[in-house]
Design a protein around this ligand. Structure first.
Ligand SMILES: [Zn+2]
Length: 109
């Protein structure tokens, strides 16, 4: 493999690891705030207007960037905890990939 294609592969793996970590982190945040039963049952809703959140509002990093951390309808502030948990998850996922890549490099030479 050439150096360039290896770099692209590592970058893709980092993005994939980051996304996976973000999903896991996001779910962990829901479990933390609602418990296992609540996380697996029922949909997230706005604490201000009790409206059920749409799927694209359930991705904290994306919805924070688009909606500025507020409900799309009533503008109630959405807690930052979900955002932080998801970002930590993304960073952890990317770090795991980085560690695995380092391990492969060490073993394969
Ligand atoms: Zn609302």
């Amino acid at each position: 493999m050439t150096g360039a294609s290896t770099a692209v592969l590592v970058a893709l793996l980092l993005v994939l690891g980051g996304l996976t970590g973000a999903v896991v982190g996001s779910f962990a945040g829901v479990v933390r705030s609602r418990g296992w039963r609540g996380a697996l049952r029922g949909r997230s809703h706005c604490l201000g207007c009790h409206r059920t959140l749409r799927w694209y509002e359930l991705v904290p990093i994306a919805s924070y960037a688009v909606q500025g951390g507020r409900c799309r309808v009533c503008r109630a502030e959405i807690g930052r905890e979900a955002l932080v948990v998801e970002m930590v998850g993304a960073a952890a996922g990317a770090l795991v990939v980085l560690g695995l890549v380092g391990l492969v490099v060490l073993v394969a030479g």
